[in-house]
Ligand binder design. Sequence first.
Ligand code: PCA
Length: 332
Amino acid sequence: MRQSTRSLLTLAVAGSLAVATPAMAAQWNLATPYGDASFHTQNTKQFAEDVKAATDGELTINVHSGGSLISHAEIKPSVRRGTVQAGEIFLSTLSNESPIYEVDTLPGLAGSYADAYDLWEASKPIITQLFAKEGLMPLYAVPWPSQGIYTDFELTDASQFEGLRVRAPNINTQRFVENLGGIPTQTEEADIPTAFSTGRVDAMITSVSTGKSMAAWDYVSHYSDANLWLPKNIVFVNKRDFDRLDEETQKAVLDAAAKAEQRGWQMSQDDAAKSTEALESHGVTVSEPSDALKAQLQAAGQTLFEDWQSRAGDQAKSLVKRYRELQAEQSE
Ligand code: PCA
């Protein structure tokens, strides 16, 4: 093809594209490991719709759910590299990078939504700094309902953990299981049914939401509502991709993110109630641990917290201090 013909063709193609889509329209791909049934994914899809509406289609965010595009562990590295522009992950899976990321899986620190929110407020500046070092920017974070213990027998005493293989979604949960004498297994949420059906695990620690979405009643009979901690998902973007947007679009993204955070915290509470009902209606016995069991779980948790404090640097300690201040303000 002669050069002049080729450039004419290029011009023609560029021209037709310009008619089809506004010149500056941007597309982001956002990868999440969680499926469409999860309230987290529903919230993130709503976030994407809000952005599209607010920017008149200037920015479209395509949410790829259920790990369909990228596996959980690869999501953050992929956003960092720019393979995808945005992602959602379970924040505490990053705990091998910094003790800061363990803070929402420390037993006894924040056991209510109000406390968990204060903890997030206290962590946000530090987590934003850590993400910025990798060229990433957090958009919002939303908690799972509190974590409890699923077993196929009535859990009455910590000694029942002896030799029990317990599925855990992050490092601190694994340590917690170990402190109780159990054998922890790291399993992705999507792989839990297989882990049970192949006999790799006997029990699990997760929320009522996950218990409902993976049909826990097929594998276990009891849920002990131990209210261990409220761990969060975080949604974040590659900072370069964010910086490329014009100011108005950036503001639309941040506004929609703030709305998604607010909506998500409410969705988590609503989903906790609905999921508990679903578990019960499928025959799972839901109960709070007895005082004796509570004390045993607390002791295992206390060891974990002390261990964390000895590993955590000054930054982590000042985070907890700030959290305590916010908590005090809340109760004034
Ligand atoms: N569900 C996810 C994360 C925490 C939760 O409640 C899981 O169990 O993997």
